[in-house]
Design a protein around this ligand. Structure first.
Ligand SMILES: *[C@@H]1O[C@H](CO)[C@@H](O)[C@H](O)[C@H]1NC(C)=O
Ligand SMILES: *[C@@H]1O[C@H](CO)[C@@H](O)[C@H](O)[C@H]1NC(C)=O
Ligand SMILES: *[C@@H]1O[C@H](CO)[C@@H](O)[C@H](O)[C@H]1NC(C)=O
Ligand SMILES: *[C@@H]1O[C@H](CO)[C@@H](O)[C@H](O)[C@H]1NC(C)=O
Ligand SMILES: *[C@@H]1O[C@H](CO)[C@@H](O)[C@H](O)[C@H]1NC(C)=O
Ligand SMILES: *[C@@H]1O[C@H](CO)[C@@H](O)[C@H](O)[C@H]1NC(C)=O
Ligand SMILES: *[C@@H]1O[C@H](CO)[C@@H](O)[C@H](O)[C@H]1NC(C)=O
Ligand SMILES: *[C@@H]1O[C@H](CO)[C@@H](O)[C@H](O)[C@H]1NC(C)=O
Ligand SMILES: *[C@@H]1O[C@H](CO)[C@@H](O)[C@H](O)[C@H]1NC(C)=O
Ligand SMILES: *[C@@H]1O[C@H](CO)[C@@H](O)[C@H](O)[C@H]1NC(C)=O
Ligand SMILES: *[C@@H]1O[C@H](CO)[C@@H](O)[C@H](O)[C@H]1NC(C)=O
Ligand SMILES: *[C@@H]1O[C@H](CO)[C@@H](O)[C@H](O)[C@H]1NC(C)=O
Length: 687
């Protein structure tokens, strides 16, 4: 979204250009050519990247540009595309206004030249429309081949006809003059990652190979990464459901052409760039999404606290005092979505809480889908049968839109990976009838936050005609007749623990340890403390394929019990209940600085409520269910960093039976339509 200021400027500039003082264009400044032969430049104080190595189009011209515009000259140009048969002053003013309004990459500074094209079959253009462009200091006007010739033009811009009718998207480009043709390179605005949430920015090399390359640009003085985002105008006529959406990816997923580090320099050192993109990420690209960067994560998807990160500098959370945790492991995902308007979505993984807790502390929407929802091929694993992939968003409708297109049966995991039945995901309004309120996990820890939850519950129950049922989760499970199902300690510390460590050991830890020892005279790889002891002491006589398969069996029995006794389907509901709990801090701040969390007015993460046996976060990793983090409000806290009152987000988690993800998304959209849920803002406060 452009700022209000941009819109106001654009209206006055385009609508009144004929009478306004002549526009003074800001100069094009070449910054440098990159190793990939792309061009970094500045225009009006803003940084841009143009993929000059792989232009979007080459336009042959009827005659060369006038003397003074030399071979190789870079000219910022805007492609103006219309469907009008008669292109008038008003048509052009409308186009320019809509471009300024709908895109953060386009600016008036790209109007040094324009290329005007129309989808009409025999279009004409008013000479007054062209004369009017002079008011915006347009120097060169290129007109598409099929326009009737213009006569009597009195302005002093160069007017040139194109001699070929290739078609390419509207928007800003960097043109390079070569003989009598213009080569149009797609333009990216390069944003500074001032919250340090990314490892690096990326863009598609544009050579048709599907490779992405990292943008090797950082800004002084803190080394903020440059993140390139393409013009949104390139996608205006693209009907694909995710066309033009900018998506950040956890550096756990392969993207062709880039090394996947898992947040570890050692792992990156021993590995080559990926030679294919993870199918889950390729689907986003196929649906039109644009991959803009790899975001920071707790190393190897661990749950490391901020103060335990060594290989990477811990990312920053824009909320509150700016000193709050981003949680783990998809830390840079939730925080970047909370930080940047120019970013639409972030993709992370969740094994034990890694989507849901980062969403909670950043006050964004984030989901752990049902077990088996999407393939994790070419994704660094943690526990093969508990890993899942989810999406962060600021807006409930946009979040549901993405998820419903991204998750698709052809990418479901097979039962031999999940150890569970094949997944069925109905997209219906068979909503739950009961709100389960577990008294061992609620109320929220901060009593000032509980009224926000109470209002949410009241709103939801009246909207859907639901009944609230208070129950004790722990007592209910422990009441199961099968002792293997009733023993939560055995399930969490036994089965789940084995599942969560075995896959990573086989596929990542062991190869890294062996390779590193070979390369460096028997040394153990330098890794963060979260994994060091577990890997060093890993005991294959205790955790191996046999115990892993046993654990899958125990988990499967627990899921069967859960789907019979706790959250089950009825003829009216996909999941008879939605269960609420809090995965965050219950409305208390949790700081990135360890010592500050000892205050009674702050909280560590992943605290076990008194009387509970497992954290709420572990429920769905165990029972395969879908668990979404939902921002519902915010409360004040007194910051131990700014010594000032600040706001911290309040979120709640909504849990439904495995397979009922889309029903829950439909319910969330209804809650949003009713004004119960709202989109969150970027920056210090979510609301
Ligand atoms: C022309 O474009 C305008 C604006 O995008 C649209 O509203 C209109 O329906 C289009 N007309 C035709 C004939 O395609
Ligand atoms: C023609 O262009 C020159 C140089 O940009 C400018 O100074 C002059 O005012 C322009 N004349 C008209 C009639 O637009
Ligand atoms: C003209 O356009 C056609 C179709 O867009 C393209 O195949 C051809 O290469 C172009 N010719 C030149 C000289 O650019
Ligand atoms: C794509 O990237 C891979 C890995 O970096 C590289 O080996 C390959 O040559 C690249 N392909 C192209 C067409 O540039
Ligand atoms: C990628 O590399 C692996 C290992 O080097 C190889 O087995 C595989 O065939 C390659 N895949 C592609 C798509 O090139
Ligand atoms: C799992 O099943 C798929 C087919 O559904 C098969 O291709 C694959 O080899 C199986 N994997 C294992 C580990 O058994
Ligand atoms: C435990 O099971 C018994 C017998 O089915 C039932 O009466 C009781 O309500 C259950 N208690 C809990 C806490 O679920
Ligand atoms: C539950 O399992 C643990 C071992 O995982 C065991 O120590 C404990 O005694 C069991 N509890 C019950 C009630 O059986
Ligand atoms: C590994 O586990 C086995 C079986 O529990 C045990 O006998 C052995 O001592 C353990 N090894 C180490 C190094 O702890
Ligand atoms: C609630 O907050 C207190 C004070 O910080 C903390 O000691 C306790 O662990 C928290 N409880 C939960 C369940 O988060
Ligand atoms: C819930 O049940 C467990 C197990 O019976 C018990 O330890 C705990 O105190 C109960 N919690 C509440 C809030 O009643
Ligand atoms: C939600 O519930 C609160 C408290 O009952 C009420 O004041 C508020 O108007 C409700 N909001 C919506 C959007 O229904």
């Amino acid at each position: 979204m452009p700022s209000l200021a941009t819109i106001v400027v654009s209206i006055s500039l385009y609508a009144a250009s004929a009478n306004a003082a002549p526009y003074k264009r800001k100069a094009f400044t070449l910054v440098q050519k990159t190793v990939e032969d792309a061009t970094l430049f500045k225009l009006g104080g803003i940084n841009y990247l143009a993929n000059t190595q792989h232009p979007a189009a080459v336009i042959p011209l009827a005659q060369p540009f006038p003397a003074g515009v030399g071979e190789g000259t870079n000219i910022p140009v805007t492609v103006l595309s219309t469907n009008a048969t008669v292109v008038t002053q008003a048509v052009l003013a409308d186009i320019l206004e809509s471009y300024a309004d709908g895109d953060d990459v386009f600016s008036e500074d790209f109007l040094e030249a324009v290329y005007i094209t129309s989808s009409a079959s025999t279009p004409t253009i008013d000479k007054s429309a062209l004369e009017d462009l002079a008011g915006m200091d347009v120097r060169h006007i290129v007109i598409a081949k099929h326009f009737a010739s213009v006569s009597g033009y009195a302005g002093n811009a160069t007017i040139v006809k194109a001699t070929n009718a290739s078609s390419f998207p509207p928007g800003p480009y960097l043109a390079t003059l070569s003989g009598a043709s213009l080569s149009l390179a797609p333009v990216y605005r390069v944003y500074e990652d001032s919250y340090r949430d990314f490892l690096f920015g990326i863009y598609n090399t544009g050579d048709g190979s599907g490779n992405h390359t990292s943008l090797e640009v950082s800004y002084p003085n803190f080394g903020y990464r440059g993140i390139p985002v393409p013009s949104r105008l390139y996608f205006w006529n693209d009907p694909r459901p995710l066309a033009g959406y900018r998506v950040a990816i956890k550096d756990l997923f392969d993207i062709k052409g880039l090394k996947t580090s898992g947040g570890s320099q050692a792992w990156a050192y021993i590995n080559e760039p990926a030679n294919a993109t993870a199918p889950s990420i390729q689907r986003i690209v196929d649906l039109g999404g644009v991959l803009v960067g790899k975001f920071k994560l707790a190393q190897f998807a661990s749950g490391a606290n901020p103060w335990d990160w060594q290989d990477e500098h811990y990312p920053f959370n824009p909320r509150g005092d700016g000193w709050l945790t981003c949680s783990a492991s998809s830390s840079g995902g939730g925080c970047s979505i909370a930080a940047y308007d120019w970013l639409d979505y972030a993709i992370g993984s969740d094994t034990g809480s890694s989507m849901r807790r980062p969403a909670a502390v950043s006050g964004t929407y984030g989901n752990r889908p049902s077990q088996g929802m999407i393939t994790l091929e070419r994704v660094i694993p943690l526990g093969g049968a508990t890993d899942t992939a989810g999406v962060f968003s600021r807006d409930p409708h946009k979040w549901a839109h993405f998820a419903k297109h991204w998750y698709t049966p052809s990418l479901h995991q097979s039962s031999n990976i999940t150890g569970l039945s094949a997944l069925q995901v109905p997209n219906t309004d068979a909503f739950p009838e009961t709100i389960l309120y577990p008294i061992d996990y609620l109320p929220l820890n901060n009593s000032a936050a509980e009224p926000i939850l109470d209002a949410f519950i009241a709103n939801m129950s009246s909207l859907f005609g639901m009944t609230v049922k208070r129950f004790n989760f722990t007592a209910t499970v422990e009441n199961a007749t099968n002792p293997a199902v009733a023993n939560l300690t055995a399930l969490a510390d036994g089965a789940l623990d084995i599942i969560d460590s075995y896959t990573q050991w086989v596929e990542i830890a062991k190869p890294l340890i062996i390779t590193w020892a070979e390369l460096f005279d028997g040394r153990f790889p330098p890794i963060d403390s979260a994994r060091r002891t577990g890997w060093q002491e890993f005991n294959e006589s205790q955790v191996n394929l046999q115990t892993y398969n046993q654990a899958l069996g125990q988990k499967s029995a627990a899921v069967t019990w859960y789907e019979t006794h706790l959250q089950y389907s009825t003829s009216e509901s996909c999941s008879e209940s939605v269960m609420l709990y809090d995965i965050g801090t219950g409305g208390l701040p949790s700081y990135r600085e360890e010592g500050l969390n000892n205050s009674p007015n702050a909280s560590f993460l992943a605290e076990l409520p008194p009387g509970a046996v497992i954290t709420g976060a572990s429920i769905c990793p165990l029972y395969g269910c879908a668990d979404f983090t939902i921002p519902i409000g915010q409360v004040e806290y007194y910051s131990e960093v700014t010594f000032h009152t600040e706001m911290v987000p309040v979120t709640i988690n909504m849990v439904v039976k495995r397979g009922c993800d889309f029903v829950l998304f439909n319910m969330i959209e209804k809650l949003a339509d009713a004004g119960v849920l709202r989109s969150v803002k970027t920056g210090k406060t979510a609301f």
